[in-house]
Design a protein around this ligand. Structure first.
Ligand SMILES: [Zn+2]
Length: 415
């Protein structure tokens, strides 16, 4: 049995997308089979890619440009950002509303009931039908006992605080049972309410107040968001007592909210950017040439960097590169450009094999993959790979093909 090209261990292989599926690279013709082990694939790279796609600088471009992506399993989904909080400020009312950003940065108000003041509950929603459905399902959830769930960190691991709430019909309030910590989240949404901390956006400029609310995430979870986590039980009690009074009136129409913008709380992972792009470069070299080619010791350092984040990868400056040959290729519509190409190493008897990458029309970045002896055949000609990210199609081109394509698209000559 041959060994994993990354960890060099003889473990069972799983199929690896040459270009991450979430980047629009879900093309069945571009898979590495019997090259990458299941541990490297799912325990390391999948997690790394999830951060890269949903909370890195590229995630913003992806949300803006890419129409669809592979969802969980085989389902098609839309790209999303993994924010800790997305709030929109309703300046007229002086409150914040929980929001989602959909493809193209389209803001969508999540269905929610906001406790504007101790006596005032108000419902907010993107459209009347969604609002009605949310209110009736909320009332159904609040008719029973609840399980409060909060995501916490225990050491470096994620864990979940489970707090069962039982309704006391005499005192008309939820009573909490002792908290239990579990490594797992519940596998049902029924009767489950997630508790989330509301954080005042430092980007807010007005005197708007943070008020408790209960909203439904796009994926269906019910969330109680509060400034003080200890308030969740009281807020749910209040909602159960008075929630029936919140209705969407007949003839209601969605309102337009004047807003200065959206306040995102987003922890960006910058290091994963370099690691994921390095990995795609190695994958491309394995696919275009031979898996054994990237098993050469010259690739060891870069592979270890992609796998562990330890050490570093060499970023090559544009002037050491035939980058001018790629010209405005990154302005072809709807493509990522990858180019496996030689670069100067600074040594007379060696050359660097490098990958140049432009995602979503952005500038080219390049990473050295390996320093190889001059005359290594894989260093001969640049190979260009275009990923048509809205079509999940990947195609290989020569520099000549690219020039013709760019001219046909009116980009002028690619020198
Ligand atoms: Zn491995």
């Amino acid at each position: 049995m041959s060994r994993c090209i990354y960890c060099d261990e003889a473990k069972p292989f799983t199929d690896e997308h040459v270009v991450s599926a979430g980047l629009g690279g879900d093309d069945k013709g571009w898979m590495l089979r019997d090259c990458v082990c299941g541990d490297c694939n799912t325990k390391v790279f999948s997690k790394l890619e999830a951060k890269f796609l949903r909370s890195s600088p590229v995630a913003i471009a992806r949300l803006f440009h890419q129409e669809k992506t592979r969802g969980r399993g085989r389902k098609t989904g839309a790209p999303t950002l993994n924010t800790q909080q997305t709030l929109m400020e309703d300046r007229a009312k002086g409150i914040f509303l929980n929001q989602d950003l959909r493809q193209g940065f389209e803001p969508v108000i999540l269905p929610q009931v906001v406790l504007e003041s101790p006596g005032t509950l108000s419902a907010h929603m993107q459209d009347v039908a969604t609002g009605r459905a949310f209110l009736s399902s909320l009332q159904a959830s609040l008719a029973g006992d609840l399980l409060l769930i909060r995501k916490i960190k225990v050491g470096l691991e994620v864990a979940y605080e489970h707090t069962p709430l039982t309704w006391n019909a005499t005192t008309e309030e939820y009573v909490a049972s002792p908290v239990q910590i579990s490594a797992k989240a519940p596998n049902t949404k029924d009767g489950v309410v997630w508790v989330e901390e509301l954080i005042m956006p430092s980007t807010a400029r007005s005197a708007s107040r943070l008020t408790p609310r209960i909203y439904r995430r796009n994926q269906g979870q019910l969330v109680c968001a509060v400034v003080d986590l200890n308030d969740a039980r009281g807020v749910l009690t209040l909602l159960r007592r008075n929630g029936g009074a919140v209705v969407v009136p007949e003839g209601a129409v969605p309102i337009e909210i004047e807003s200065e913008g959206v306040h995102l709380k987003l922890a960006m992972s910058i290091a994963v950017h370099d690691r994921v792009l390095t990995k795609i470069g190695i994958n491309l070299a394995a696919y275009l040439f031979d898996p054994d080619f990237v098993r050469r010791p010259e690739f060891a350092e870069t592979k270890s960097y992609a796998l562990t984040g330890k050490g570093h990868v060499l970023k090559i400056h544009a002037d050491r590169h035939p980058s001018n040959q790629l010209g405005e290729a990154n302005q072809l519509p709807g493509v990522h450009v990858f180019c496996i190409t030689p670069a100067n190493s600074g040594n007379d008897d060696s050359r660097l094999l490098s990958v140049m990458i432009s995602l979503y029309g952005g500038p080219f970045e390049s990473f050295a993959l390996a320093e190889l002896p001059k005359g290594t055949p894989e260093l001969n000609d640049p190979i260009i790979i275009l990923v048509f990210y809205n079509e999940n199609r990947i195609e290989r081109f020569s520099m000549n093909d690219l020039h013709q394509m760019a001219e046909a698209d009116g980009l002028g000559s690619v020198n």
